[in-house]
Design a protein around this ligand. Structure first.
Ligand SMILES: [Zn+2]
Length: 290
């Protein structure tokens, strides 16, 4: 095939097969973009504001919606945990006045994030009894943050990158450390030389600042509406629990505290407790104003 023609066809197929397909709903006042969700991914839900307040449920959890500036569109995120079983799930929408309940079937697709093999010093992997006890307690405290009632949304508009650096270790792969399977990588590692200011990805309330065995000096922000963000391996934290932070507030400085082989920022997001790709949230939220 002629080179020019091939290039043309490649471009055409790229545009038509673009993974962010427009939304799909028999109801023009409700859109879900993209219309299918991969494991560990997010979709943006938009509902026209008319009549009684809509109530949205996804995988048994109420989805909190935020109004745009003109108060015409309500937006929220629905997502699938890294290990949600692929299949078809119902997004249920009802109104307070019970008029016109509606549901949309949304597919969760399987995603292969691959496997990452790591070799780490034995003392970082094989934990003694005291360290194991410490780690279990830290896991319990963090889990508690995610199961607290969602509260009203504090976040507004687009989500931003906490540091400018590129992704040096992606979201999702299963991790085999010193030949043993461990938890998958549930955030992204962003390039950040020691001492880089780390910014809050959106508005929220600091839920926890702690020094954890794996995450090192860590900041957790509760953005309300069931969304949390977390920043690990910091060298310094400038915020304390309970403090309200605006989008872009410097919450600390990057470093390599905890189990890190060099300075970087581990950035993670939970959506209703589900482990989702934070870069996906930033990209999907780019459709929102502000
Ligand atoms: Zn990481």
């Amino acid at each position: 095939m002629e080179k020019g023609l091939f290039l043309f066809l490649a471009m055409v197929s790229f545009f038509f097969l673009s993974p962010v397909e427009a939304s799909s709903s028999s109801r023009p006042d409700i859109t879900v973009t993209p219309s299918k969700i991969g494991q560990g991914e997010i979709s943006l839900l938009s509902i026209e504001r008319k009549g009684a307040e809509p109530e949205v449920t996804w995988m048994g959890k109420k989805i909190t919606l935020v109004a745009d500036e003109k108060n015409e569109i309500l937006s929220g995120f629905i997502g699938a945990d890294l290990t949600t079983r692929p299949g078809r799930y119902k997004l249920k929408i009802s109104r307070a006045d019970k008029a016109n309940p509606h549901s949309i079937v949304i597919s969760v697709l399987s995603r292969d994030y691959g496997i990452r093999r790591l070799t780490l010093p034995r003392e970082m992997v094989e934990l003694d009894a005291d360290t194991l006890k410490r780690v279990k307690e830290e896991i319990r405290v963090v889990r508690e943050l995610f199961i607290r009632p969602a509260g009203s949304s504090l976040w507004r508009g687009k989500w931003i990158r906490p540091v400018a650096g590129t992704v040096i270790s992606p979201f999702g792969p299963r991790r085999i450390i010193n030949d043993e399977e461990r938890s998958p990588h549930s955030g992204v590692d962003l390039k950040a030389p020691e001492g880089t200011p780390v910014k809050a990805t959106n508005r929220g309330k600091v839920a926890l600042v702690a020094d954890h065995f794996f995450g090192g000096l860590s900041v957790f922000i509760d953005h309300g509406g069931g969304i949390h963000s977390m920043y690990f391996h910091l060298s310094q934290a400038f915020v304390r629990a309970g403090q309200l932070v605006e989008k872009g507030t410097t919450v600390g400085l990057s470093g390599c505290s905890g189990r890190a082989t060099g300075p970087h920022l581990h950035f993670g997001v939970r959506l209703n407790g589900g482990r989702v790709n934070p870069i996906n949230l930033i990209e999907i939220s780019g459709r929102l104003e502000r």
